[in-house]
Write a protein that binds this ligand. Structure first.
Ligand code: ZN
Length: 301
């Protein structure tokens, strides 16, 4: 029997690095991207087009997109938070743009420069610009499980934001636990509620942070709800400049080991993913949170 497919989207070049205080060179970012593609990932967040004064680590987005390999089967995702960012991403040659909304006003004001309602005003223009520029568009709902400023985020609020997102043409909608507060029960509840509210052709993606060590369990919960696209960050690096205390993303190689063994086909080579995780750990020069890359080898399936 053919194995069931699971897509792992590698976010280390963007979400993984954006909060690093020391600037990682464009050369090392490109080397990381080579490692990621070499391991078999076919979709990765290569950079963001946000205010370089606020997120200096991402200021070289143009150079990263210009220098990254152009391969038909590989999609480099550019993250944007406003129309200007979308225009810069298109100018850099991005073929896929991930546009971020927030589920909470406290985070939205700091991260996106306006309340949730205010940020939706430009959404029709953003989708039109992406379409005209030949890029496909996905939307992410950050703080979908909790906000560092507003606290608990009601499920109804997340559903409302999801409905606003899919009112325009997006091929995918991601639910993000930006600060790593979710438990599997939250994932079951929120994925189910959002799924019921959006058109079937919009695929769901989930994005977990491991701040409270629940990310792997949350990933399994998402899979149980039918999600087949998960974000991960090699070595478990990551954080958010606007989310105090948020720790790293779920380590991709840990997701990979687990889902390989559960019988999913991700198309990614575990040994090469571990090499990539060790490469970025070496660049950062410190011990990183991922566990599988520190463990003895074990047949994964
Ligand atoms: Zn994140």
């Amino acid at each position: 029997m053919a194995k069931e497919k699971l897509e792992l989207v590698e976010v280390s070049p963007r979400d993984g690095l954006q909060n690093e205080p020391d600037i990682v060179s464009t050369e090392n970012k490109l080397a990381l991207i080579e490692h990621i593609i070499g391991a078999g990932f076919r979709r990765l967040e290569a950079g963001s087009f946000v205010n370089p004064k606020k997120v200096p680590q991402m200021a070289d987005g143009d150079a990263v997109f210009a220098g990254a390999p152009k391969r038909d089967e590989v999609t480099l995702i550019a993250l944007a938070l406003n129309l200007r960012g979308v225009e810069r991403a298109l100018a850099a040659g991005a073929k896929e743009i991930n546009y971020v909304f927030c589920a909470s006003d406290g985070f939205s004001i700091r991260n996106n420069g306006g309340t949730v309602v205010e940020t939706f005003a430009v959404w029709p223009e953003v989708t039109a610009a992406a379409k005209a520029g030949g890029a496909r568009l996905s939307a992410t709902i950050s703080t979908a499980f909790g906000c560092p400023f507003d606290g608990e985020v009601p499920v109804a609020r997340v559903v409302d934001v999801a409905e606003h997102c899919v009112a325009q043409d997006v091929f995918e909608l991601a639910l993000a636990d930006t600060i790593g507060v979710a438990a599997p029960s939250d994932v079951h509840e929120r994925v189910r509620a959002v799924k019921a509210a959006i058109p079937k052709q919009v695929q769901l993606r989930a994005h977990f942070h491991n701040t409270r060590n629940t990310a792997l369990a949350n990933a399994v919960a998402a899979i149980e709800e039918g999600v087949r696209v998960l974000d991960g960050s090699l070595a478990g690096i990551g954080g958010c400049p606007f989310a105090p205390g948020a720790a790293g993303n779920v380590p991709t190689e840990d997701l990979l080991y687990m889902f390989n063994r559960m019988g999913f086909d991700t198309g990614v080579d575990l040994d090469r993913a571990i090499d990539a995780a060790q490469f970025i750990g070496g660049v950062l020069g410190r011990k990183t949170p991922g566990m599988v890359s520190c463990a003895p080898k074990w047949p994964s399936a």
